[in-house]
Write a protein that binds this ligand. Structure first.
Ligand code: UT7
Length: 332
């Protein structure tokens, strides 16, 4: 009998209704539709309007409802909830606890996972380790962010990029061939200067000063992050292709984190994978951090075939990055 491993058996997603266009951004920072489209590849993005008074768990609940409309399962069967986000509703309690309660997943334990844009692939890594241990059979991965709450609308280097979205995946144990085959996860903390949010944690708790100094927003050195993102993602993808004896023709889909269309194109180029095999929706949805990869799988679910060889790759603050190689588990 084959070894037990983890397979994605259903996906769900949710994007807020409000469409923030490049034109609207051009009304509050010195930028243009043309610049954003050419340099980042985003036409519009979705934003959870602040007056709704809700956070990431609102998007997560909608995404789980969407998952349940596609894949029937009993919430009581969920044994673990891994919620990847950098924008939890609250610092405590964690968002997984709130979701467990609101969705009736009262037999589960759950926790939040902080790995910025790599949150989804990190969460898959943890979920598959739980499942291959033999102790857990059904694990819910939730990944998303409400980056609009930590985006500096006065900073034209970052405000056109960020957006809000959430995706979910149900992972189950299987002995079939399909499922997660291999993964490479990496971290390098020597990057604090280049991508961070200084305020709000225990190093610089919220104060008048942190607010005055705009320390509760993401700051990035875009050029430095750009170069590192390309080399890091291309590097782990090449490594995972090689060590699994794949050729580029074997790969059906590459699912990259959606940070910048030029980053995506550069990674695909280095991998020598044509763009029609690369999932790209940054033009419509922007960069929702942990939300981008599950949102691609949600959007492309109807095209994915059982057995398709898929490589997911992400890079984000930390730095955190990695790649997951999986064989898709079902036809929608
Ligand atoms: O997912 C989280 C991780 N983050 C990322 O992966 C982001 C990676 N970085 C990027 O995507 C890009 O570096 C940016 C989109 C942030 C910036 O694009 P760039 O092509 O690297 O621009 P740049 O920083 O080299 O700036 C070029 C010029 C500068 O003007 P000068 O100094 O040449 O006169 C900037 O001031 O473009 C200017 N600029 C803008 N102009 C119009 C920067 N932002 C804007 C803007 N509109 N929004």
């Amino acid at each position: 009998m084959n070894k037990v491993h983890a397979v994605i058996t259903g996906v769900g997603g949710y994007i807020p209704e409000y469409v923030l266009t490049n034109e609207e951004i051009s009304t509050y920072v010195d930028t243009s539709d043309e610049w954003i489209l050419q340099r980042i590849g985003i036409r519009e993005r979705r934003i959870l309007k602040p007056e709704e008074g809700v956070g990431i768990t609102y998007l997560a609940k909608k995404a789980i409802e969407d998952l349940r409309s596609r894949k029937d399962f009993d919430p009581l069967e969920i044994e673990a909830i891994i919620f990847a986000t950098s924008t939890p509703d609250y610092i405590l309690p964690n968002s997984a606890s709130l979701i467990a309660y609101r969705m009736g997943m009262t037999n589960a334990f759950g926790f939040d996972l902080s790995a910025a844009c790599s949150g989804y692939i990190y969460a898959l890594e943890v979920a598959q380790a739980f499942i291959t241990s033999g102790k857990y059979k059904k694990v819910l991965v939730i990944a998303g962010d409400v980056l609009s709450t930590i985006t500096d609308t006065l900073d034209r280097n970052s405000c056109p990029i960020f957006s809000d979205a959430c995706g979910v995946a149900l992972l189950e144990s299987t002995t079939d061939e399909e499922g997660i085959v291999d993964s490479i996860m990496r971290v390098d903390g020597n990057s604090l200067e280049h991508l961070q949010m200084w305020g709000g944690g225990s190093a610089h708790p919220a104060s008048h000063e942190t607010i005055d100094q705009r320390m509760h927003f993401i700051h990035q050195d875009g050029k430095v992050v750009f170069k590192r993102a390309v080399t890091a993602m291309a590097g782990v993808c090449e490594e995972i292709i090689q060590r699994n004896g794949l050729t580029k023709d074997d790969v059906n889909w590459v699912v990259p984190h959606q940070a910048n269309l030029r980053i995506i194109e550069a990674v695909a180029n280095r991998m020598d994978i044509p763009l029609d095999k690369v999932m790209v929706n940054i033009d419509k949805y922007g960069n929702s951090s942990a939300g981008t990869i599950p949102l691609c799988l949600w959007e492309w679910e109807k095209y994915l075939q059982k057995g398709d060889k898929v490589i997911l790759t992400a890079f984000g603050a930390g730095y955190t990055w990695g790649a997951v190689y999986l064989k898709w588990g079902y036809n929608a």
